[in-house]
Design a protein around this ligand. Sequence first.
Ligand code: SAM
Ligand code: SF4
Length: 479
Amino acid sequence: MDKTEYVNIIEQAPVGEPERQHYFMQELREIVMERSDKLGRPLYANVTTFGCQMNAKDSEKLLGILEAAGFTASGEETSDFVIYNTCTVRDNANQRVYGRLGYLNSLKQKNPDMIVALCGCMMQEPSVVEKIKKSYRFVDLVFGTHNIFKLAELLYRQMTERHMVVDIWNGTDEIVEKLPAERKYSFKSGVNIMYGCNNFCSYCIVPYVRGRERSRNPKDIVEEVKNLVKDGVVEVMLLGQNVNSYGKTLDPPMSFAELLKMVAAVEGLERIRFMTSHPKDLSDELIRVMRDCPKVCRHLHLPLQSGSSRILSQMNRVYGKEQYLALAEKIKTEIPDISLTTDIIVGFPGETEEDFQETLDVIRRVRYDSAFTFLYSKRTGTPAAAMEDQVPEEIMKDRFERLLKEVQRISAEMSGKDVGKVMPALVEGLDDHNPGMVTGRLSNNIMVHIPGEASDIGKIIPVKLEESRGFYYMGTRLP
Ligand code: SAM
Ligand code: SF4
């Protein structure tokens, strides 16, 4: 393509979104088809996700755009376009990406036409982008979290200009909808209900890399859920960094509990999950809606972070130990079959053995079904990174081991409590280790292994829980 043709294509692009991106998907398609004709095979693309469900959801959008632009999904080694959707919540997430980049460089040396792209949370850190520009020159495209919807336009630029394209936005109020997405599962799907976070927990980098909280319009959410159901989805997971503050900035404002009722009214939808709930905003109204609506799954992820009120205050979590315990108690009383899970950080600056004992005390009293445990990771730019009394690594690791043991002991006890009961399970896939078996997910988020075959995937079937294996059950099917 000559320069004038390229300039014309850019100038003729619609200004509004998502029309602009559909236009670039079409333009990109022509380039992809041309290359693929020359090679005598499709052009392959791979999206690798690091991090949380939000990133997994973004990756489905990235793959949807790539497929609309003519690429065929494939593995990393065989792909002509590879994109890493990165996470930066803890430093080890960054280190994993740098490690994998070395491997990508070796792939690119074998296939110099391969295009390498990086996007997501880690790219919102200026020091990371500087390092990539300086030390990872083989990377072709870099963008952040706010302009993920622009993949087609940015890739079009890269494929026509043929030099490193970097486009990082500091923030946005924009929510671009109605772009293609390639779902990983046919029967379940994440649905973003909000973006960003306003909580500024003192250890956390998310508000800096994901920007201010923005709620989606409830009508758009319900329409998306209806379309998913038409497409065969029976379970949705409503996604946000703090779903309990959903709708506060909408005009008129509405609560997350109200949204939940609207989503539950969608005919054909069988199950609703949501992530994540901040304990400070979890309302009685939400507990009632969860209790009274059979479609809402019996699982609540309620991050504790620490059991010490002193540390919680330093973390800017806006609740104390007693308040958290009272909330957990209220939830268990109202919804006795609920499964509670949590996130815990050990080694936050200034954490003493007494503070740590408070955390152990909470986990023994709440008795979580499971918990994600994290070593505190210092994130540059967060208030906690500048705090004195950073906890030495050996002490952190020792506490981590003790915490993990306790969490696992309680989990194993909790998992046994439903043996003998009959519960519906959504069959999610074949059991890789046992031919003739499938794995299903119970409403309370615990997995069960049952006899079955590929045609069961996506169905909700009644299962008798025969035996607990610590973190999952072995079950039989009922006729
Ligand atoms: N918004 C959610 C919340 O508040 O619970 C979760 C967001 S974050 C991606 C998931 C978990 O990572 C947090 O709950 C916290 O336990 C952990 N986390 C965040 N920052 C961390 C840090 N600097 N070091 C260790 N763990 C961290
Ligand atoms: Fe991070 Fe706190 Fe926001 Fe969760 S609520 S994303 S931990 S700042």
